[in-house]
Write a protein that binds this ligand. Structure first.
Ligand code: UD1
Length: 423
């Protein structure tokens, strides 16, 4: 398994270009199941989760090609409506195929995704929604079995604005003729990108911006060609890395508006920055960082996916800060690893209390999840000495070429595999 060796203390200066959004790509690729027509997606980042999604589409019977950031998906005979557990267990978002498959076949059998490192992560909101659309849902042999004589449009209020459930239900409703109304939906920018694709495919989707989506589904949808929105979690992560390392870094090809709360907080913490139409320039500073309190929340609140990189920044603040993780019950696995690097962090239930230190020190640490892995990489860039990060595959799930992008602005990160490389 690959590891990173990070030599800390190098000055970061230059430009980082942001890739297409992973969390938009995954549901959009899955939306290709709603049609047999050709479906083309541009700006697709080369990530493990994207490659897993392409394997899933192939397993379901699609013909897929991926070249220079463009995915082309065509029909290749009859589609299947079941998925092997091997693929689902690699990525929870595999469950998003349930909505399109149910809409097309009136039946689907998908392995129930288990819990993950972040917590139990049930799919009850997805299933309740499918039931409202006329399906019966039962679990047998670890699989969710969905079936319906006929699907019908409905008014559905989600008990929580789940991102995945919103996308799964939108995709299903897009292929059910008539008007479905989804209330208390997620407002993440990735939802807008999925809406745009469904509209390009022939459905009508209206978003009132207040958590209500009206979907006028059609009997048939057609193919499309679409370019994915910028990854706001990747852009936020590089802004935080630059701020923590006190670098001079322009994060380009992003949508700053999608990182508004983060940008406000960085400014409140004393990080000087310039915001452009499609870039944010993080500038160097000498004064101590002012500690801040944050609580994660659904968009437009502070993104849970930026909580771990934010924590790394706060380990270097001039005083006591607090993080309240309100979305996932178990998302502090990076904290003990940061403590191994000299950070002062105490966690209790959903709260982490951080006492800023002057300097982190390099250590041998382990990534246990995607964003927590990036938080350790950031810490390694700021620490004295060398940091060795195990289980880099977590970081590879969601960051395209992270060592390439960071080394291009002055970092010294080496990827190696102790089982293959001779050091
Ligand atoms: C998506 C993102 C993930 C991000 C998360 C929250 C993708 C591929 N992943 O995950 O990066 O961290 O949004 O912004 O887009 N829940 C239930 N029942 C359900 C569904 C969710 O209880 O049926 C709970 C979850 O356990 C969690 C919370 O709701 O505590 C938020 O989950 P959700 O918004 O669904 O996250 P995902 O779509 O899985």
């Amino acid at each position: 398994m690959d590891r990173f060796l990070v030599e800390g203390g190098h000055k970061l200066k230059g430009t980082v270009k942001i890739s297409g959004s992973k969390n938009a790509c995954l549901p959009i690729l899955v939306a290709s199941l709603l049609t047999d027509d050709k479906f083309v997606l541009h700006r697709v980042p080369n990530l493990r989760d994207v490659r897993t999604t392409l394997k899933i589409l192939t397993a379901l019977g699609k013909k897929v090609s991926y070249e220079n950031g463009t995915v082309t998906i065509c029909a290749d005979g009859k589609l299947k409506n079941t998925l092997p557990y091997e693929l689902v267990k690699q990525m929870r978002a595999s469950f998003w195929v349930a909505g399109p498959l149910l809409a097309r076949f009136k039946s689907a059998e998908i392995p129930l995704p288990g819990g993950c490192a972040l917590g139990a992560r049930p799919v009850d909101i997805h299933l309740k929604g499918f039931e409202r659309l006329g399906a019966t849902c039962k679990t047998e042999r670890g699989n969710v079995i969905l079936s319906a004589k006929e699907l019908r449009p409905a008014k559905i209020t989600l008990r929580f604005p789940s991102v995945g459930a919103t996308q799964n239900l939108m995709m299903c409703a897009a292929l059910i003729p008539g008007e479905t109304v989804l209330e208390n939906v997620a407002k993440e920018p990735e939802i807008d990108d999925v809406s745009a694709v469904l509209c390009e495919m022939g459905a009508e989707v209206f978003n009132d911006g207040k958590g209500r989506l009206i979907i006028r589904g059609k009997k048939q949808l057609h193919g499309t060609e679409h370019t994915v929105v910028a990854d706001r979690i990747e852009s936020g992560s590089y802004m935080l890395a630059a701020a923590a390392a006190r670098g001079d870094v322009r994060v380009e090809n992003c949508v700053p508006e999608h990182n508004s709360i983060l940008l406000d907080l960085l400014q409140e913490a004393g990080v000087p920055l310039e915001i452009g139409v499609d870039f944010v320039h993080i500038k160097p500073y000498d004064s101590p960082l002012k500690p801040q309190r944050i609580k994660t929340a659904p968009y437009p609140g502070f993104a849970t996916d930026l909580q771990a990189p934010w924590m790394t920044l706060m380990t270097l603040a001039g005083g006591a800060s607090e993080v309240d993780e309100d979305i996932f019950e178990n998302r502090f696995m990076h904290a003990p690893e940061l403590v191994r690097m000299g950070a002062e962090i105490l966690t209790e239930k959903s709260i982490a209390r951080i006492n800023g230190v002057k300097q982190l020190s390099g250590a041998h640490v382990m990534a246990s999840d995607l964003r927590g892995g990036f938080a350790l990489l950031m810490a390694g860039l700021c620490a004295s000495g060398t940091t060795e990060i195990e289980r880099v595959y977590h970081i590879d799930r969601g960051y395209e070429n992270p060592e390439g992008k960071l080394n291009a602005i002055g970092a010294k990160i080496t990827r190696y595999n102790p089982d293959k490389d001779d050091f």
